[in-house]
Ligand binder design. Structure first.
Ligand code: FAD
Length: 284
């Protein structure tokens, strides 16, 4: 598996990267860790005559927790999400989810920006970003704009990002309450058969607010407002959890593939969501 010939660019700033994107239009594509893009190029499923490596752009890196807001540069690796103490304190669900992505070798190089920009329904970060109600910052020739993670995903590999825009950073408010990321996969290093991100805030023994998103159960991540609503105001008991699972099953749309038939995936989704709710509630 050898990719077709391409020219390699390594700009040192966002502006320089945007200039190469502008110059070559559809023939150019940015690369972050390359752990999704390079396999696609080797399989000849992606033809990229001009590859723009973002590795040397320092302004795309780093994690800041400031004034109740978490900001993560697009080129921050999944390994850095796991090892950054400020982030682990502010949003432990990030570490819990990142540890379930692939294996250490992939996580040392794969980035949060590449994971969310890719648009692969199997990627874990997009659903988590929807659960956290994250904001994506995109920079293009006409300036900078912000898009909510909940509005970003349109179909498999199709997002709101324009071809000439670069995702520069991701931000979200420090979440309140208990958090849990639960994932079922066939083996270490596999993508999810089903995964659930859950955040629950508890006040006086009741669910004060809830956020739930599911991964790899549709052609986009699924933010299930109805599943969350089924828990709010309850004591998070068995009936409320059953209602949340029923609501979630109404929102997902899995297809049969080598991870199993549709009914199996729905069953796994229910089990995974229940586990994530139970764990988030125990931490709330
Ligand atoms: P790249 O591969 O470089 O880019 C991916 C796409 O995003 C490309 O289209 C690229 O043009 C675009 N892009 C990248 N950065 C930007 C940017 N800043 N602005 C605009 N567009 C951008 N992922 C999971 O979530 N869960 C898993 O379980 C999992 N298992 C894996 C197992 C293996 C064996 C491998 C090889 C990968 C696995 N991955 C998994 C994918 C891995 O996490 C990738 O690293 C990640 O999805 C893409 O990140 P990247 O930095 O490598 O991006």
């Amino acid at each position: 598996m050898i990719p077709s010939e391409f020219e390699y660019h390594r700009p040192g700033s966002i502006d320089a990267a945007l200039a190469v994107l502008q110059e070559h239009g559809d023939d150019a594509r940015v690369m972050a860790g390359g752990h999704s893009l390079i396999p696609m190029m080797k399989l000849r499923m992606a033809d990229v005559p001009h590859l723009i490596d973002l590795q040397s752009i320092a302004e795309l890196k780093g994690i800041a927790v400031d004034g109740g807001t978490v900001t993560i540069g697009a080129m921050t690796t999944q390994h850095e999400l796991i090892t950054n103490d400020d982030l682990v304190r502010a949003a432990p669900i990030m570490r819990e989810a990142a540890l379930l992505i692939a294996d250490p070798q992939v996580r040392y190089v794969g980035t949060i920006g590449g994971n969310v920009a890719n648009g692969d329904p199997g990627n874990d970060m997009p659903g988590l970003m929807q659960c956290l109600d994250a904001t994506f910052t995109l920079q293009g020739p006409d300036g900078t704009r912000e898009v909510q993670a909940r509005d970003f995903y349109e179909a498999a590999y199709m997002t709101d990002r324009e071809d000439d825009e670069i995702l520069t950073e991701i931000s979200f408010a420090v979440p309140k309450g208990g958090q849990a990321y639960e994932k079922q996969k066939r083996k270490i290093g596999d993508y999810a058969t089903a995964a659930a991100a859950v955040i629950l805030d508890k006040v006086d023994g009741k669910v004060a607010s809830a956020s739930i998103a599911m991964t790899n159960l549709s052609d986009t991540p699924v933010f299930s407002a109805d599943a969350a609503a089924a828990l709010v105001g309850t004591d998070c008991g068995a009936d409320a959890m059953a209602d949340a699972v029923t609501a979630m099953l109404g929102d997902i749309d899995p297809t049969e593939d080598n991870r199993g038939p549709v009914e199996f995936k729905k069953h796994v989704a229910g089990v995974i969501l229940r586990r994530a709710i139970e764990r988030a509630w125990s931490r709330a």
